[in-house]
Design a protein. Structure first.
Length: 94
């Protein structure tokens, strides 16, 4: 007897085979320094430090989703002066 799959069954089967989709992440730059992504600059939200360089590196580590890079500096505008060229953005980022 031939196997008949309905569209919903096929979608559920493919979802199980492909696994969960990558989730978009939001990285908030709150440090005007130039430190790279590291244990001391984790860029994982909250009150942890996150430089622009680290935010780009973190977003590049999650290339399958459209990540967001925000800026949050109290006291107005803050100059960010990288010591060297910033890494290229390799995925969709807003």
């Amino acid at each position: 007897m031939p196997l008949t799959l309905r569209p919903l069954s096929i979608a559920l089967l493919l979802a199980g085979l492909l696994g969960p989709a990558a989730q978009a992440a939001t990285f908030t730059v709150n440090d005007a320094g130039d430190d790279p992504l590291s244990v001391s600059v984790p860029c994982n939200g909250g009150i942890t430090p996150c430089t622009l360089r680290a935010a780009i590196e973190a977003a590049n580590n999650n290339p399958a989703s459209a990540d967001i890079i925000n800026f949050n500096f109290s006291g107005g505008s803050v100059p960010i002066q990288p010591a060297s060229a910033l890494p290229l953005i390799v995925g969709a980022t807003t």
